[in-house]
Design a protein. Structure first.
Length: 66
């Protein structure tokens, strides 16, 4: 289960890489909308996984205390 905590940070790194890619290509003729969309999805996935990981940890602590 420890690798699941690491993979959420991989999404965060991917998001920052996509933001950098979009910023570096922004003045080109073709706008990098795919990079912007992928960055948004990566950040959304990071926060989604973080929220549910905290929820599952709280549930496990509650079940173990009973």
């Amino acid at each position: 289960m420890n690798y699941l905590n690491i993979t959420k940070y991989i999404y965060l790194v991917i998001g920052f890489v996509m933001v950098y890619d979009a910023a570096s290509k922004w003045n080109d003729a073709d706008k990098p909308w795919l990079s912007v969309i992928l960055a948004g999805l990566a950040f959304f996935t990071f926060f989604f996984r973080s929220k549910f990981a905290k929820k599952f940890e709280a549930r496990d602590r509650q079940n173990n205390s009973k």
